[in-house]
Design a protein around this ligand. Structure first.
Ligand code: FRU
Length: 495
């Protein structure tokens, strides 16, 4: 039997989503049917299909009591909407079903491990929050919460661990041991983040194993939404530190997504790691989650939004929050590389190609325009004098434009979306270094109506941002101070 809260949300979603036309949404990027979404949750393969859940508040375009929305896909690009999977309707999650993960069990069920949040009045009249880890079991459409919830509580915390900041379990199956493991974000006694490792034979009883990694106030405060997986012979820990200070590794103040590439000894559960690197250098990116495809690829999808600008949205918006494109991960030269899933190649059509075009002033190229496009640029100096900057502008009209500028002398790229349709006092620009290749740079830019995702030098760095420019602003232009030789490949993208 589905609860009233779940039924009510499902009915509401069905009614309201019809008010949003397909043209008013991204083509490839997942949004909620209606209302607000944040973190990707339960990103997993079940029954041979990809399932993606997300933090969801259908009733408004602001964060509220968290439900889990649900979509599925065969190719990570065509997503089919499914009924809302979880509503905050149980004693252990009445304040919200926070983030978590999903996995196919050996007996063919879809198991979700999520954070249940509840509030309790204290004797002093204040309200105390408790976060615990809970299970729901489903068949790919309907999910039933276990009556034995929660399955991981404050009783399984290490000394000094907070029961208020204890969330976002990421589960995996360890084949050699025939058991589950999960990493969970926690606030340690020093006030900063740590990642706890748990083990379970059946998903119901869990034992605390160790503290896998900790900030020790070095890399931000609370660490949210951990993920932990092997990749190219190494082990990767992704965490989302809050309240970070800017650092020479390229982190900006505030919430960041950080990636530690290290080595993991499965017998001792020791994870040896060094300095973290940013996962995305853009403006809107947080709380990614990964899965492994049946053909062995590690795919990451993130929330393409930042908490800091989550109140800045277009007037009259009926949906707010979108996911990034799914990205294939690899490690090359000790760095995390990301490229759009190769399935996107099948959606490319209408190619327009230019080779070695000389750019020395502001110009447009015939056929290079659009708001749902996949654009690859190969930039190099045209002569020995070099050039002082190269800039390209997308989503452009006389009034609007989103600017990407490369300055070879400093090796910096800057992105600027201050004329991209949102007149709010939020972060509109970022600047970051790219590897110096003496004025040579490769950029892949994927535009999908309300976003721009940039991939530099075959995925060595990614940068994401949202934009709300009117769709009629669809010009793309190029400019250089000095002379640049440019190869351009542009495809329209269609489902
Ligand atoms: C990260 C996060 C998670 C939490 C969820 C609540 O964006 O704060 O830690 O589970 O959002 O919606």
């Amino acid at each position: 039997m589905e609860s009233n809260a779940l039924q009510k949300a499902q009915i509401y979603e069905n009614q309201k989503s019809t008010c949003i036309s397909d043209e008013d949404r991204p083509v490839f990027h997942v949004t909620g049917s209606v209302g607000w979404i944040n973190d990707p949750n339960g990103f997993s393969v079940y029954g041979g299909e990809y399932h993606l859940f997300f933090q969801y508040h259908p009733y408004s375009t602001s964060w509220g009591p968290m439900h889990w929305g649900h979509v599925k896909s065969e190719d990570l690009l065509h997503w089919q909407r499914l009924p809302i999977a979880l509503a905050p309707d149980s004693p252990w999650d009445a304040f919200g079903c926070f983030s978590g993960s999903g996995i196919e069990t050996p007996d063919g069920q879809h198991m979700l491990l999520y954070t249940g949040v509840r509030h309790e009045p204290s004797e002093d009249g204040t309200v105390r929050e408790f976060q615990t880890q809970c299970i729901a079991i489903g068949d790919g459409v309907h999910y039933r919460k276990l009556s034995g919830n929660p399955v991981i509580t404050a009783a399984q915390l290490p000394a000094g661990g907070s029961s208020v900041d204890f969330r976002d379990p990421k589960i995996w199956w360890e084949k050699a041991e025939s058991c589950y493991y999960a990493v969970v974000g926690n606030r340690a006694a020093d006030g900063s983040g740590s990642i706890l490792l748990y083990r379970s034979e059946n998903g119901l009883q869990w034992e605390f194993i160790t503290i896998l990694a900790a900030s020790r106030n070095k890399w931000g405060r609370m660490w949210e939404c951990p993920d932990f997986f092997p990749l190219d012979g190494r082990q990767v820990l992704i965490v989302n530190p809050q309240e970070m200070a800017p650092s020479e590794q390229g982190f900006h103040p505030g919430d960041n997504t950080a990636c530690f590439i290290g080595d993991y000894d499965k017998a001792s559960h020791h994870f040896a790691y060094g300095h973290p690197q940013p996962v995305d250098w853009g403006i809107d990116f947080y709380a990614p989650q990964t899965l492994q495809t049946p053909d062995g690829r590690r795919i990451l999808i993130g929330w393409m939004q930042s908490w800091a600008s989550a109140n800045a949205k277009p007037k009259d918006a009926l949906w707010f929050g979108q996911m990034t494109l799914p990205r294939e991960l690899s490690i090359q030269n000790g760095r995390l590389f990301q490229t759009p899933v190769r399935e996107l190649d099948a959606c490319r059509c209408n190619p327009t190609v230019y080779r070695s075009v000389r750019i020395s002033e502001n110009q447009q190229l015939d056929g290079i325009c659009g708001r749902v496009v996949d654009l690859t640029l190969d930039i190099r100096p045209a002569d020995a004098q070099g050039y002082s900057f190269f800039q390209f502008t997308v989503a452009e009209s006389s009034r609007y434009g989103t600017f990407i500028r490369y300055t070879p002398k400093t090796g910096m790229v800057s992105i600027d979306r201050s004329r991209s349709g949102l007149n709010s006092d939020i972060v509109h620009s970022r600047e970051f270094p790219v590897a110096d290749r003496s004025g040579c740079l490769k950029i892949r830019a994927v535009l999908d109506r309300f976003s721009l995702e940039l991939f530099f030098n075959d995925g060595e760095q990614a940068a994401s941002l949202t934009l709300y420019t009117p769709q009629s602003s669809d010009s793309i232009s190029f400019e250089a101070d000095g002379a640049v030789l440019l190869d351009v490949e542009k495809y329209s993208l269609a489902l």
